[in-house]
Design a protein around this ligand. Structure first.
Ligand SMILES: CC(=O)/C=C/C=C(C)/C=C/C1=C(C)CCCC1(C)C
Ligand SMILES: CC(/C=C/C=O)=C\C=C\C=O
Ligand SMILES: [Fe+2]
Length: 563
């Protein structure tokens, strides 16, 4: 029989949904006890040994009543647990599984995201400002050991030590004590020293097995141990390409790591590649921007089998905004419709640009996938690239301010989004097209946080998984399976729940694209939270497992298969 929580812990699961006044620094560190260090294969027996007590206890105590989501500073509000800081630095324990986890699902799902949005009594402004919280779901023999841990970035450690923000986050800047200090700030901004290394966005497993957490700043690349979630250290790029920022979503396979380095001085992008086992990025080629004085924001980009697609979005980085101490409406960016929008296609091997077309204006964080369209003779005629597209409206950035997320009053305020499908012709014509890949009402006109079967990366594909909307809502609140062939979506929804990115894991040996499971972590309206496993094909629930505490929202995940 699988582990169960002791009665007191189980009873404590129905905590009220309230906010944390201040996160106590409870760091129950096993680091020096050598229990997990260096261990790759976690074994349930070892875990219980580590716990010393009985196997029916979690490995690290769940939050005590004081540590649980409690009263916030604006104490009349009970915020959704999705937007409430994680109540303690770390936890680990076995979860009781309802339903059946397939026995083939052996490995670790990791999810990264900004889970801590305050320091002392100062509350952060934006979802993307939070200090990184890693969550882990370890699947073995149908059982599930879960945990979370804060990433020990320099920015997080400095904030804890000094009880204030010390580095520039997405929207937050350290307060300069006086003008001279601000001048110092400016200097450190140019050198990049004041930028955050808070790796709160994604997590990837490199071909050589190293697991790296990432954000938009290059210095925010941090190696972690997927078993213990311990911060191993900085991922240092050994090349001399320089630059301060990169795409938050590199394309990572067992063979390579591809990313884009925006060039803010000479508006453009370097397309770079890194081999497994190295820390050295090599330039494949360069794209010069066609519009605007600065490159468009490249949170992500797509690839096909032979090409890298470089999007040039009219939401562009803005050097002035980077220097400003006070937030601007679009943070570090600016919307330049007059600068127009472009898609560039670069050959992965030669670095040659094979197409550069103007496309309709667009706003996206996340590309879903791309592939090469072929005619009957097998000639590549166009590139098809799909993304979660916010109807070329930047309002979504503001909607992700914590105050907005926390103040849902039943009003339908989530801006419409769709699956935007670009067609980029390769016959030299100057324009590409952008249309909805399916009727957006299929998924409630909400669309973000996507995943695909990784075996279909860069290839013609039929299915994607993402978050859609069941309205009224202020944030995507459904898990949705998109079928691009039938142009249909199937939606999973529970009232008041906020599910994170549905992450697809293929069944080893599968031949069907949707043969696998979809993993998500759900934050519930009542302050609780659970891990959810859906069947990739039927999109029906096959298992869920409650956490002993509610979880904050998280962004992106990855799968580390059992060795
Ligand atoms: C979490 C997420 O999706 C995005 C996070 C973005 C961050 C942390 C952006 C940081 C930046 C700076 C601190 C200054 C330079 C520009 C920019 C990359 C936006
Ligand atoms: C959570 C999100 C957008 C939701 C809107 O519908 C975007 C996250 C971006 C960073 O990873
Ligand atoms: Fe992202």
């Amino acid at each position: 029989m699988a582990f169960t929580f002791s009665p007191s812990i189980r009873n404590s699961i129905s905590w009220p949904t309230m906010l944390v006044p201040d996160m106590p620094d409870i760091n129950i560190s096993l680091r020096n006890k050598g229990i997990y260090k260096g261990k790759r294969n976690i074994n349930l027996r070892d875990l219980t040994k580590a716990n010393v007590a009985s196997p029916s206890l979690p490995l690290i105590a769940p939050p005590t009543p004081e540590e649980r989501p409690g009263i916030t500073h604006d104490c009349h509000h009970h915020h959704h647990v999705a937007w409430t800081s994680i109540p303690q630095e770390r936890w680990e324990g076995e979860l009781q599984v309802q339903g059946q986890i397939p026995l083939w699902l052996e490995g670790t799902y990791l999810r990264n995201g900004p889970g801590m949005w305050h320091i002392g009594d100062y509350n952060f402004r934006h979802l993307f400002d939070g200090y990184a919280t890693l969550v882990r779901l370890g699947f073995r023999n149908g059982r599930l050991v879960a945990g979370h841990r804060q990433i020990e970035s320099e920015a997080y450690r400095a904030a804890k030590k000094n009880k204030k923000i010390c580095y520039r986050e997405f929207s937050e800047v350290p307060k300069a004590a006086n003008f001279l200090a601000y001048v110092g700030e400016l200097a450190s901004l140019f050198s990049g020293a004041s930028l955050t290394d808070n790796a709160n966005t994604g997590v990837v497993k490199l071909g050589d097995g190293r697991v790296v957490c990432l954000t938009e700043t290059q210095k925010g690349s941090i190696v972690i141990d997927p078993e213990t979630l311990e911060t191993v250290g900085k991922f240092e790029y050994s090349d001399s390409l320089g630059g301060l920022i990169h795409s938050a979503h590199p394309i990572v396979t067992d063979e390579e790591f591809l990313t884009l380095l925006p060039d803010l001085v000479r508006a453009g992008y370097l397309v770079v590649r890194m081999e497994p086992g190295t820390n050295e990025r090599r330039v494949i080629g360069r794209v010069n921007c066609r519009g605007g004085p600065a490159p468009g924001w490249v949170h992500s980009f797509p690839v096909t089998q032979h090409y890298v697609v470089v999007p040039e979005m009219p939401l562009r980085y803005c050097a002035q905004n980077l220097l400003k101490a006070e937030p601007t409406p679009l943070y570090k960016f600016e919307w330049h419709p007059e600068s127009r929008a472009f898609m560039h296609v670069m050959c992965k091997t030669s670095g040659k640009i094979v197409a550069s077309v103007e496309v309709p204006l667009f706003v996206t964080f996340h590309f879903i996938n791309a592939y090469e369209e072929q005619d009957e003779d097998g000639r590549v005629t166009a590139i098809i690239a799909d993304c979660c597209e916010h109807n070329s409206d930047t309002t979504i950035l503001d909607r992700l301010r914590l105050q907005n997320l926390r103040s849902f009053n039943g009003e339908d305020v989530l801006p419409d989004a769709r699956v935007g499908r670009f067609r980029i012709p390769l016959d030299g014509s100057p324009y590409g097209t952008l249309d909805a890949a399916l009727e957006p009402n299929e998924h409630g006109r909400g669309m973000d946080m996507c995943s695909i079967n990784p075996n279909y990366l860069g290839k013609k594909y039929r299915y994607a998984y993402a978050c859609g909307a069941q309205r009224p809502c202020n944030f995507p609140n459904t898990l949705t399976k998109l079928d691009f062939e039938l142009k249909k979506a199937k939606n999973w929804h529970e009232e008041g729940a906020v599910p994170s990115e549905p992450f697809f894991v293929a069944r080893p040996g599968a031949t069907e694209e949707d043969d696998g499971v979809v993993i998500s972590i759900v934050s519930e309206k009542n302050g609780e939270g659970f891990a959810l496993v859906l069947d990739g094909s039927t999109f029906e629930e096959i298992a869920r497992a409650k956490f002993p505490y509610g979880l904050p929202y998280g962004l992106h995940g990855c799968w580390v298969p059992k060795e």
